[in-house]
Design a protein around this ligand. Sequence first.
Ligand SMILES: N[C@@H](CCC(=O)N[C@@H](CS)C(=O)NCC(=O)O)C(=O)O
Length: 215
Amino acid sequence: MITVYGEGRGFRVAWLLEEMGLPYRLRQVDLLDGIENDSEFLAINPAGFIPAIVDGDTIMVESIAIMQYLLARHGPTPLAPAPDDAAFALYQQFLHMGEAGLAGPINAIVATIILAPEAERENWTVGWARNTFESRLGLVSRQLARTPWIAGEAFTAADISVTYALEFAQRTIGFAPGATEKAYIARTTARDAYRRAMDNCPATKAWVAGLAGAK
Ligand SMILES: N[C@@H](CCC(=O)N[C@@H](CS)C(=O)NCC(=O)O)C(=O)O
């Protein structure tokens, strides 16, 4: 049985596991409680960030890498188009862009607006991170104007990566999706696997419920 440590980007992992029909359990990690008090989790990830997984003898961190591991180790699955598939390049691109170009820069904004002293909250780095998010979002919107899913005509793990980032942005930096992104989020989040993952992730469910009016 695979154990997923922590929600946050662990939701991506739970959603993927639901799509793949693989059994798992979620082990909550409360970052706000002081991670130094959670020695069991620190034994899994001494760096103290989430998510992490344990799958037999395998321990891993980094949500996108975890997804690639699960898709490869427990696949094959159409959720990860093969190298000879026409969707392969876009799939790889957006799978990674969901974190590297969208959710990652948001971390800098969130950390600054929550943790920085008042006078430092709208600093240069926050502006840079917003611009980075917005320029990558332009590529997402352009692609969604062409195809229903981010890598083409079929739902893939890249849609999990990007959808999480868009909902994260809505929740944290006041991102207001346009009509194309709204319709996309409605499509991806209507999937049964998304709903089942939500039911296993109460903290994520609570914050997404808060977005209901924005959708
Ligand atoms: N690139 C990492 C980002 C992980 C990340 O930022 N996790 C957040 C919660 S979603 C966290 O643990 N923050 C606390 C920390 O980094 O110490 C991934 O995709 O897994």
